[in-house]
Design a protein around this ligand. Sequence first.
Ligand code: CDT
Length: 312
Amino acid sequence: MSRILKVAAAQLGPIALAEPRSSAVGRMIALMKNAKAQGAELVVFPELALTTFFPRWYTEEQSEIDKYFETEMPNKATQPLFDEARKLKIGFNFGFAELVVENGVTRHFNTAVIVNNQGEIAAKYRKIHLPGHTENEPWRAFQHLEKRYFEKGNLGFQVHPVFGGKIGMCICNDRRWPETFRVMGLQGVELVVLGYNTPKHYPPAPEHDHLQEFHNHLVLQAAAYQNGTWIVGVAKAGKEEDCELIGGTCIIAPTGEIVTECKTLADEVILAECDLDRCKEIQENIFNFDLHRQPKDYALITAAKKEPPSNH
Ligand code: CDT
């Protein structure tokens, strides 16, 4: 008996600085309909899917930045997406900038949610590994100010019993860290969904620019295999203002094999029939954690780290 979940990855092409949320949501609805027509039960969209990737610009005006944040979800701009999902009976995952007041404190998170096929938010994740820097660095071709505009997520790496499986989330830079997936692997995760905005150009080490697509698939394929999980990685791709973002949206099997991947840098849907029972091929054999892990020898991984320099 197999447990097949039909999952679509809905890559978005660039979102212009001036493009309103209504336009991004309209594009997402078109992709959602396409995914449903292919039989998808769950469709995965990128990180910060409603706007351009605003951390590439520096400002000291918090009100300028807060314009990119959502203070409720769903809201007026995104309600049509939630309504369409309920109408089509399809679930979805997408990322957005979340502004929330918690215990009287205003907080900014880089967030993703899983919405069930009734249009209800079933799970939330807030990005833990925030890349980039906090101050303006004019020598860069563009900024990457996630450390300035977001704070570290406070929900951990949870695994949720949704869509008949065990599903986890992470966001973009999280995928480069094996710990992200291992924490979910230890909870028996069967599918990890994630979105990303990855520039082709990496200012601190431009000699790696030609490796961006390779590193994207390298970390996703290794994480899938080492934890015996399906992974769906979804790009916002193409030339967004002056910044080239990589594509490479893909669906990866628990064996580490890429089952399907996008061919363009534009709005595009791909789909795979993910048999969640195939996770056992890995989780009960080569990476049977109960039999083979040696956590006492891994203590350094969770030991306190050295404090980083102030603007890293
Ligand atoms: N969005 C995001 O996390 N992007 C980073 C860019 C490289 S670090 C400046 C990534 O890891 O893909």
